[in-house]
Design a protein around this ligand. Structure first.
Ligand code: PEP
Ligand code: MN
Length: 335
C-alpha cells in the first residue's frame, strides 16, 4: 500500500506518529517529487478518520504499482548527461563485448564504437553470471579497472553488471548504469540494495519471469528509494530451441503502455546468433524503444563468453545503419 503525504508535508510527522500508534510499519521514500510511506498493511483512507485531508492512499488493482502509469502517468526520464537521456525521443545505443577479457580487447571495441559510431554508452561485464562453473567468470575487480580506463580514454559512460550484492559497492563506483542480469532479477536483497543507491539500474527480465513478476521486481527497487529504473527485455525461454531465447516483443509493446519506465531491448541475448542480431535490432527499434543493448567483439571467434552472438565490427556497423533508418522512420534519434 502506498500513502502519499506530499500535500500534507507540514503534517508529515503527525501522520507517521499516527501510523506508529496503530502498529503500522512503513518506510518513507521520496520518489518522483512525492513523499511516500510504503506499507504492507492493508489500509484505506478511512483509517485517518478525516484527520489529514490531503493524504492519499493508493491502491491499484494490480500487484505492481510504482512502476505503472497508474501511479505516474508520464514517462520517467533518466538523464546521464544533457545528451544521454532515456525516456524521451532518443534511442540510446549501448554496445560492447559481453565480457571485459583484457585491456587490449576492451580498448579495441571501445575505440571502434566511439570513432566509427560515436557510441555514448559502452557495455561489458566484469562479473559474469555464467551457467557453467567451468567457463570464464569475468575479470572481476580487474575488469572494473579496465572499464574505468575506458571511460576516461574514450569519454563514454559505462554500463556493467552486478552479479550479486557482494560486489555492488565496487560495481557502483565504476558503473554509470548498473545492470542486473536475467538470472539475478529475483535476487531480492540485491534489488533492495540497488534501491538504496542513487544510480540508474537497468533491470533485465528474468528469462522465466512473467511481465507481472518483472514489474514487481522493478517495484522492489523503486520502493526502496531509487526511481531510476530502466526495464530491459532480453528474451524469454520458450519451447523453441533453434534460437537461444525468444524476444517477447508482445510484452515489450505492453510494457511501453503500462509502465512509465524507459524500456530497452537486448537483441543479442534474445536470439543468441550473430547473423540475426541485426534483424532483431531493427524489429525492436520499430517499436520506438528507449535503447538497445548489443554485443560486439573485435574477434568474435575468440570471445570468452557469448561468442555465437558476438557481432564483428562490420556486422555492428551494418546493424547501426539499419537501426538508424528505422529510428528516423519512427521519429526517434539514435544516439
Ligand atoms: C549480458 O548482458 O552479458 C548478460 C549476461 O545478460 P543476461 O543477463 O540477459 O543473460
Ligand atoms: Mn553476454
Amino acid at each position: 500500500m502506498i500513502i502519499d503525504t506530499t500535500n500534507e508535508q507540514t503534517q508529515n510527522d503527525k501522520i507517521k506518529n499516527y501510523l506508529i500508534s496503530r502498529n503500522i510499519n512503513f518506510k518513507e521514500v521520496e520518489l518522483y517529487e512525492k513523499n511516500l510511506l510504503i506499507t504492507s498493511a492493508k489500509i484505506t483512507k478511512s483509517i485517518f478518520k478525516d484527520q489529514f485531508e490531503n493524504v492519499k492512499v493508493l491502491n491499484f488493482d494490480t500487484e505492481y504499482q510504482l512502476s505503472t502509469r497508474k501511479f505516474k502517468q508520464h514517462n520517467t526520464e533518466i538523464k546521464l548527461t544533457d545528451d544521454i537521456i532515456f525516456g524521451t525521443n532518443k534511442t540510446v545505443m549501448m554496445a560492447g563485448p559481453c565480457s571485459v577479457e583484457n585491456k587490449d580487447q576492451t580498448f579495441k571495441a571501445a575505440e571502434y564504437l566511439k570513432d566509427k559510431h560515436n557510441i555514448k554508452i559502452f557495455r561489458a561485464g566484469a562479473f559474469k553470471p555464467r551457467t557453467s562453473p567451468y567457463t570464464f567468470q569475468g575479470l572481476k575487480d580487474n575488469g572494473l579497472k579496465i572499464l574505468d580506463l575506458v571511460r576516461d580514454e574514450f569519454d563514454v559512460k559505462i554500463i556493467t553488471e552486478v552479479k550479486d550484492s557482494t560486489h555492488l559497492k565496487e560495481v557502483s563506483e565504476v558503473a554509470d548504469i548498473i545492470q542486473i542480469g536475467t538470472k539475478a532479477m529475483f535476487d531480492f536483497s540485491l534489488l533492495e540494495m540497488c534501491g538504496k543507491i542513487n544510480k540508474p539500474i537497468l533491470l533485465k527480465r528474468g528469462f522465466m519471469a512473467t511481465v507481472k513478476e518483472f514489474l514487481q521486481c522493478a517495484d522492489f527497487i523503486i520502493s526502496n528509494g531509487n526511481c531510476n529504473v530502466i526495464l530491459c527485455e532480453r528474451g524469454v525461454r520458450t519451447f523453441e530451441t533453434i534460437t537461444r531465447f525468444s524476444l517477447d516483443i508482445c510484452s515489450a509493446a505492453v510494457l511501453k503502455k503500462i509502465s512509465h519506465l524507459p524500456l530497452v531491448l537486448d537483441p543479442s541475448h534474445a536470439i543468441g546468433l550473430s547473423e540475426y542480431v541485426g534483424d532483431i535490432a531493427v524489429t525492436a527499434s520499430a517499436l520506438g524503444i528507449d535503447g538497445l543493448l548489443v554485443e560486439t567483439h573485435p574477434n568474435p571467434e575468440q570471445a570468452l563468453s557469448d561468442k555465437d552472438q558476438a557481432l564483428s565490427f562490420e556486422q555492428f556497423t551494418n546493424l547501426y545503419s539499419r537501426v538508424d533508418k528505422i529510428c528516423k522512420a519512427v521519429d526517434r534519434n539514435l544516439i
